[in-house]
Design a protein around this ligand. Structure first.
Ligand code: SAH
Length: 415
């Protein structure tokens, strides 16, 4: 009889609706979530609804004690701390923003743990990489003998038609090392191109052969394979501490890197739509007053398109920059609706003919690559559904990172 597969013990901090948990399931890494912690009641309702048997703690992370950590005996920490302190809208308070306190608390706790987790994954918004909080994170990781890699990745990089550029950090506690054995060649190429920085823990008892293997990972410091890319991206590849990435997302979207993209099975928006009955369809039609006031700033996409913009927690509530709108009448264009010198009644009539509707919460969950089993408790309003989904993440992107993270199973097994 085959020996039972050892399950990694996972703690999901800032668990929200469980995006990390879905990524774990998608990654097929043998694992069990021993605890999930989140303070938000609404998000927790969704998590509980979908994962009724998981030990979900509705708590402030700052109330998690050393005793809890010892009890959990975790191999993996997954964390997506609040991102507002690292955004312009959130005023970039960084370490001084009270919403960062719980993450700083986790960073203070890590050195105190006798048994450190073998793996850590952190997710945050673009902007985090240039924060003091990120600097403190990597300082703590170095002090605790972790190797780490940092990435900026969007689902569009993996062929999913949704922009959601996010910062990711993968860390492994020595003697674990990065070795991309479980990734496809395309995934390896892609991830090597999206690395912002990496640091190999060079503690004295590391196996030199393994270290060599990590250091010779292609595409990391070798500039030859990125020579056709823009200077700013090349700079990013070769700079571990200072990063200037403001152009990165726009460079991606003008298609300069299509050769880096993985050919997906489902590239068109069409594949991600929720089928709607005529009756529920009416609920998602964009009202006339919204069309008239905000038509010009709407991001309008069609079924055959290969891109939607990032769905934020304000989707359905605000229009500009919160997510895309679906045009059902493919025969017409937005430009036609906004031709010069049209009377506003004519504009409205034309906009109506485009047949614009909101994406449904289930549609947004599809873009996040949540499985079809994911659902919301019936008491949640649509606004609440968009809100919690807007805080969540793309499970497919994280699952690829988790496979990279866990790929050195041989060393792990011999611990
Ligand atoms: N990855 C999650 C969402 C992370 S958003 C998902 O897939 O849904 C950040 C989450 O951190 C929010 O759900 C918020 O409620 C939670 N949070 C923020 N501060 C917290 C704290 N001090 N203690 C526990 N949870 C916190």
């Amino acid at each position: 009889m085959a020996a039972p597969v050892e399950q990694l013990r996972v703690v999901e901090f800032y668990s929200g609706v469980g995006g990390m948990h879905y990524a774990l399931i998608l990654s097929e890494i043998p694992s069990t979530v021993v605890a999930a912690v989140d303070i938000n009641e609404v998000a927790n309702k969704v998590y509980k609804h979908n994962f009724p048997d998981i030990n979900l703690l509705q708590r402030n992370i700052q109330s998690v004690s050393l005793k809890d950590f010892i009890k959990w005996d975790a191999d993996v920490f997954l964390m997506s701390p609040p991102c507002q302190p690292f955004t312009r809208v959130g005023l970039k308070g960084d370490k001084t923003d009270p919403r960062t306190s719980s993450f700083l608390y986790l960073l203070q706790t890590l050195p105190q743990l006798t048994k450190k987790p073998g793996y850590i994954l952190v997710e945050n918004v673009k902007g985090f990489e240039s924060s003091d909080t990120r600097n403190e994170l990597v300082d703590v990781l170095k002090k605790c003998h972790f190797s780490y890699k940092e990435f900026l990745l969007s689902p569009t990089d993996l062929g999913v038609p949704n922009q959601r550029l996010r910062y990711f950090l993968l860390a492994k506690h020595q003697p674990l090392m990065f070795k991309e054995t479980t990734l496809t060649n395309e995934e390896k190429t892609l991830l090597n191109h999206q690395i912002l920085s990496e640091n190999v823990c060079c503690h004295s008892n590391l196996d030199k052969n393994n270290l060599q293997e990590v250091e010779s990972t292609p595409g990391r410091t070798d500039t030859s394979d990125i020579s056709d890319r823009s200077k700013s991206e090349a700079d990013i590849q070769n700079t571990s501490e200072s990063m200037s990435i403001s152009n990165l997302e726009s460079q991606r979207d003008i298609g300069s890197k299509t050769e880096d993209k993985i050919s997906p099975k489902e590239r068109n928006i069409k594949e991600y739509l929720e089928a709607l009955s005529q009756e529920s369809f009416e609920d998602y039609v964009v009202p006339d007053k919204t069309l008239l006031r905000f038509g010009r700033v709407m991001d309008i996409v069609r079924e055959e398109d290969e891109r939607t913009c990032c769905f934020t927690k304000a989707y359905g509530h605000y229009v500009e920059g919160t997510g895309s709108f679906l045009q059902r009448n493919n025969a017409l264009t937005k430009q036609w609706a906004f031709e010069d010198r049209l009377d506003s009644n004519v504009t409205l009539l034309r906009l109506q003919q485009l047949g614009l509707r909101y994406f449904t919460p289930r549609g947004v969950a599809n873009f996040h690559c949540f499985p079809k089993e994911f659902s919301f408790p019936s008491e949640l309003s649509r606004k609440q559904q968009y809100r919690v989904l807007g805080n969540s993440l793309n499970a497919h992107v994280v699952s690829v990172l988790l496979r990279l993270e866990s790929s050195q199973v041989d060393i792990f097994d011999s611990r």
